[in-house]
Design a protein around this ligand. Structure first.
Ligand SMILES: [Zn+2]
Ligand SMILES: [Zn+2]
Length: 359
């Protein structure tokens, strides 16, 4: 049995998305169908649509969603019809070596077949196991987390990627402790969350680095204690003037290679660069190994903030309810599905925090 849904389909990399009617099959074992209320546009969606990382087409992108469970398959214990949930790309089997040690973001189990087909019956790729630029999705039950019915879906959907990626980078990946210092490079949708993650972790000083005074002002509103313009010839010097010995963590939230290249310059001895932004495939950065070896510094990557949904989403929901986590301020604009290309174009300008498609 299939349901007809409207979705934004990518048929050629770099071309506008086309709004089409697709067929979505019913949920199978351990799968849920979620009727979406909102999906945010993440820079990863745009990179996929541009072909930055390759991947088969036609495909439906979108992975930062919220809605209500409208059907469940056999064996689903985590949700019932009517539940309000967020939908993420973190699909975890619970049994592979990564899941077994508590790192579901690194699950190695292969995803199932796409639940999507075109009006001609040909398969359509469900990108990132989500395909959330669509009225409904069918996803594995590990990909959802419960949220209160009172929470605006255009706000809660941000918990599916941008918020958890940024906060998780500061708390889970950088493991910032009270009194430590952080530098966050990039004060966009993910960077603002890395900044508030550092604040929540109890960081002593948080330096934001970005291209405009507007972005630095936003960074201060989210918890940065200082801002440095990336356009300065050697911005790490201004950061060092504020930090003294350097940062315990330099979190790179943008995809620009110069940001990766320069990030180790912000570090204190023993500090870590946390790589969160996603440059295009083939882009290279270089560094001097002797400096890292002599100073005990390191470089680590962080996918989706190393988040464990069942642990971290209830925590973040409480922080929000207590006024300790900013979410509403992250929504720049709301768009109908028919105008998703305009929303993507607006996101490309770099000014938006998050553009959200509402259904
Ligand atoms: Zn994302
Ligand atoms: Zn697994």
């Amino acid at each position: 049995m299939t349901t007809q849904i409207r979705a934004a389909v990518c048929r050629a990399h770099g071309a506008p998305l086309s709004i089409e009617t697709l067929h979505l099959r019913a949920p199978g074992p351990r799968e849920v169908e979620v009727t979406l209320a909102a999906v945010a546009i993440c820079h990863s969606d745009i990179s996929y649509a541009d072909g930055a990382w390759g991947g088969p087409l036609p495909a439906v992108f979108g992975h930062e969603a919220a809605g209500r469970v409208s059907a469940v398959g056999p064996g689903v214990a985590a949700a019932a019809v009517g539940d309000n949930v967020i939908v993420t790309l973190i699909r975890s089997c619970g049994a592979c070596p990564s899941c077994a040690v508590g790192v579901p973001t690194a699950c190695t189990a292969p995803p199932g077949a796409s639940p999507l087909t075109g009006s001609d019956g040909a398969p359509v790729v469900q990108s990132m196991h989500c395909g959330a630029f669509a009225e409904r999705v069918v996803v594995h039950d590990s990909q959802i987390a419960q949220v209160p019915a009172t929470l605006d879906p255009a706000v809660s959907c941000l918990l599916s990627c941008g918020v958890i990626t940024g906060i998780g980078a500061a708390v889970n990946a950088a493991k910032l402790r009270p009194g430590q210092d952080a530098v966050v490079i990039g004060a966009g949708g993910v960077g603002l969350n890395a900044i508030q993650g550092a604040r929540i972790a109890g960081a002593r000083r948080i330096v934001a680095v970005d291209m405009t005074e507007d972005k630095l002002a936003a960074a201060r509103a989210f918890g940065a204690t200082a801002g440095v313009l990336a356009s300065e010839p050697k911005p790490w010097r201004a950061a060092m003037a504020h930090l003294g010995r350097g940062a315990d963590a330099a979190i790179v939230t943008v995809g620009a290679i110069p940001a990766y290249q320069d990030a180790p310059r912000y570090l204190a001895p023993g500090g870590r660069v946390v790589m969160v932004g996603m440059p295009h495939s083939g882009a290279q950065a270089s560094y001097e190994p002797v400096i890292l070896a002599a100073t005990g510094q390191g470089l680590i990557g962080s996918k989706m903030g190393d988040v464990v949904l069942s642990r971290d989403i209830p925590w973040m929901l409480d922080l929000y309810a207590q006024g300790r986590l900013k979410l509403d301020e992250l929504v720049s604009n709301r768009w109908p599905l028919d105008r998703i290309d305009d929303a993507i174009a607006d996101t490309r300008t770099g000014g938006a925090r998050r553009n959200v498609v509402v259904f």
